[in-house]
Design a binder for this molecule. Sequence first.
Ligand code: 13P
Ligand code: ZN
Ligand code: NA
Length: 281
Amino acid sequence: MLVTAKQLMLDAQKGGYAIGAFNVENMEMVQAVVAAAEELRSPVIIQTTPSTLKYASPEMFYANVAAAAKAASVPVVMHLDHGSSFQLAMQAFRAGYTSIMIDGSHSCYEDNIAVTKAVVDACHPAGVPVEAELGKVGGKEDDLDGGDGGYTVPSEAADFVAKTGVDSLAVAIGTAHGVYKGVPKLDVERLSQIREVVSIPLVLHGTSGVPDDAVRECIRRGICKVNYATDLRIAFSTGLKEYLAKDPDAFDPKKYNALGREKVKEYVMSKILVCGSNGRA
Ligand code: 13P
Ligand code: ZN
Ligand code: NA
């Protein structure tokens, strides 16, 4: 069933686990994520970035996810990832998305507060929760280059949450979007300091390439939503390449897409186990 992220995240916070949030690019990836969640009896969040929504519309992705969620017995959330403007946030909201991220972290502090508050005011009357970001997650997410990032300042986080009424907060503690060159060094002390002054669920971005033990440590310190994108793209492409290497004359997309779908499902199942949300639905 399709649900909002609100109660799922609060349950995760209380239970000391996290909900995995997985970025999808096509129908097969939607099917893979839902099948993985179904098999492990886990709630799950499916999300699309602005560049994905340039490739196909929010309505197109919403229809795919709504159909998969309707057939599933576990709760599924349809989330806008890194909403880059008030307009895009409203477009996803109108398409039926059940959770919205507005990412004003590339603007100055005051502008981030203003755009986040505007999205909160538009979404809350319909019961749709909002995620925001404070500080900059490094690396390259779609067309947006986060650069070297700037870590979230705990006292600012408390002020930001109070002024915006946001439901969850993405924190910058040393993770980066995309593939890491070495092993990322996470400032988990900072995460605990943020947790002390902010009571809403916290979100970890850039998790592809973060060692599973480091993710578990972050969950223990207050992370309730864990975002994975790059590694799903890699898993899907790996399946395709494997199939086409064995059968270069294949011309039926169902054949090679099915192997991509299988690889994504395996990956998502392994990360649901890291999040500890298995058996929670
Ligand atoms: P990765 O691509 O590093 O997994 O980051 C995912 C993310 O933060 C999506 O918002
Ligand atoms: Zn992100
Ligand atoms: Na990453």
